[in-house]
Design a protein around this ligand. Structure first.
Ligand code: GLN
Length: 548
């Protein structure tokens, strides 16, 4: 079957959930037996979001092939079986970079290089190459219609229809239909304007998804259809829902899958959404509840821990438990009694992060978890601070630290490994303190061998795993004997034993730190084993506390 292309644009305002809508469209099409893939086209000039502040841009999602991508790729992977990588996220910066490289090489043979056709051709090529052999490719354009910087992408997707034939292309526009209290009704004008804007650049949407807080009446749908020049059946209510995993069900209930397949002239089996229904039932009817303290820096912005939050929800689903998150600013812990802030937590998690601010507070949180035997999960930076805490307070290495925070420490338990080898024994780029920012991170999937009998091995029920990384610093093997002697357990390493990937401690109900980011591989239907066992540990801790 030839690939069909669905382009998703957004209007009126940002944060309407375009990424989730795209992911959910993938889910309902998969439920009809089709294979799907995704691409996000981001109008900003950064080459990738790797260097962007998570405060501004939300989480950086990492793929197996080591691409640092937009967090929407996380939604796509969680809602479908698609596995994405470098070719699934392009930015203006990345497109221009490659056009300028070609120009410098002389590939354009002296021609004048222009937005149309050179930039637009580069965009269209990236779409074509990504689609591979999927039945349907869903391409989401970042930003909002009307943004100047998104124009080349919009122009490229307009042209695309003529390249591959109109029966193979569908435009879906996500808009906003607000309810205005004083008028006592929903308003269609913002949608009319945003579609007008879209049509002015030559794109006539086929389907309009209306983000609202209530189901739209037929009268309202007819009005939107009339003013926006679409079939009334193609005006779909995208109502707010309790859990994001309900979105595929809701869109199916509005017959979006039928409308898409009709418009693209496709025939498929009937949808099978029972697994989604069961998932939503379990999320909405938990039997238990646990409270997890997430001790981090970007605690004000939930977007910066998107995958982490979802992985915790997934861990709860497996345990029939609701997971309540308390975001604790680690700096606030520095001058206070941990018990006041963390005393209510059934589990403590220190997530990934960069930079010195709040580090001492995170170390205090680890100590509290270790001594009070509260289940602890440290991810990436969270593992590194767990090692620092152990070195300082159990082994007695005063001032132990990571060279990221103290270059001159006597006990650099976390350091820059200047030379190391990947799993195929290839020497990896040398890192040093002066390397370009972002230039020397360990990125993407690496294999890891687990030690039998460990928390890790029990969770995964296998001995070899593969997980995704995004960090610069590593465990320093010089200190391994001293730490192990005092009870630190190295329960996961690279196959050659050189890179420490997981640490645990004995005599604790559940204490684990991993150098990788397990949250990127957790799925609602297939929760990550470490998150599942962490939540299970937290539930046990809670029961013990209540019966004590
Ligand atoms: N800052 C640490 C490092 O670069 C940890 C990074 C992370 O948590 N992703 O190694």
């Amino acid at each position: 079957m030839k690939t069909k292309f669905i382009f998703v644009t957004g209007g009126v305002l940002s944060s309407l959930g375009k990424g989730l809508a795209s992911a959910a469209i993938g889910a309902i099409l998969e439920s009809r037996g089709l294979s799907v893939t995704f691409q996000k086209l981001d109008p900003y000039i950064n080459v990738d979001p790797g260097t962007m502040n998570p405060f501004q841009h939300g989480e950086v999602f990492v793929t197996d092939d080591g691409a640092e991508t937009d967090l929407d790729l996380g939604h796509y992977e969680r809602f479908s079986h698609a596995r994405l990588g470098k070719k699934n996220n392009f930015t203006t910066g990345k497109i221009y970079h490659s056009v300028i490289m070609k120009e410098r090489r002389g590939d354009y043979l002296g021609g004048t290089v222009q937005v149309i056709p050179h930039i637009t051709d580069e965009i269209k090529n990236s779409i074509m190459l990504m689609a591979n052999s999927a039945d349907v490719a869903i391409i989401e354009i970042g930003g909002t219609i009307g943004d100047i910087e998104a124009l080349p992408f919009q122009e490229a997707i307009r042209q695309f229809k003529w390249d591959v034939g109109k029966e193979n292309v569908l435009y879906i526009h996500l808009s906003f239909v607000p309810y205005i209290k004083t008028a006592g009704e929903v308003k269609t004008k913002p949608t009319q304007h945003s579609v007008k804007e879209l049509r002015s650049i030559g794109i006539q949407p086929d389907i309009i998804l209306c983000r609202t807080d209530q189901f739209l009446s037929n009268k309202i749908k007819a009005k939107i259809a009339l003013f926006c020049n679409v079939a009334v059946d193609n005006v779909i209510t995208a109502k707010d829902v309790e859990t994001i995993y309900e979105v595929p069900l809701l869109l199916h209930q509005e017959h979006l899958d039928d409308r898409i397949l009709d418009s693209l002239h496709m025939w498929t089996r009937a949808p099978r959404l029972d697994a989604w229904e069961e998932l939503v039932r379990r999320i909405k009817n938990p039997r238990h509840s646990v409270r997890i303290a997430v001790v981090g820096k970007y605690v004000d912005l939930k977007e910066s821990y998107k995958s982490l939050n979802e992985a915790l929800v997934h861990g709860g689903i497996e345990n029939e438990s609701e997971v309540l998150l308390d975001f604790v600013d680690s700096e606030a812990l520095e001058g206070s009694d941990c018990n006041d802030i963390l005393g209510n937590a059934d589990g403590i998690l220190v997530p990934g992060g960069f930079g010195l601010r709040g580090i001492e507070g995170k170390i205090k949180a680890v100590r509290f978890a270790r001594e009070q035997k509260v289940p602890f999960f440290g991810i990436c930076l969270g593992m590194q601070v767990a090692v620092i805490e152990f070195a300082r307070n159990v082994v007695g290495m005063n001032g132990a630290n990571s060279v990221e925070f103290d270059e001159h420490t006597d006990f650099a338990v976390i350091y820059l490994m200047t030379e190391w080898y990947d799993h195929q024994k290839r020497k990896v780029e040398k890192r040093d303190v002066s390397s370009e920012k972002g230039g020397s991170m360990r990125l993407g999937a690496y294999p890891c061998l687990l030690r039998e009998g460990s928390f890790a091995c029990n969770a995964y029920s296998k001995k070899e795993i593969s997980e995704r990384h995004r960090h610069r610093y590593e465990f320093n093997n010089d200190f391994r004997p001293a730490l192990e002697e005092k009870g630190l357990i190295i329960s996961g390493t690279s196959p050659d034993g050189e890179l420490v990937e997981i640490i645990e401690i004995a005599d604790h109900p559940w204490f684990l730190g991993c150098q990788f980011h397990p949250e990127f591989k957790s799925r609602p239907m297939d929760p990550h084993p470490l998150f599942r066992d962490f939540i299970k540990g937290a539930l046990k801790y809670k029961t013990r506390k209540e019966t004590a």
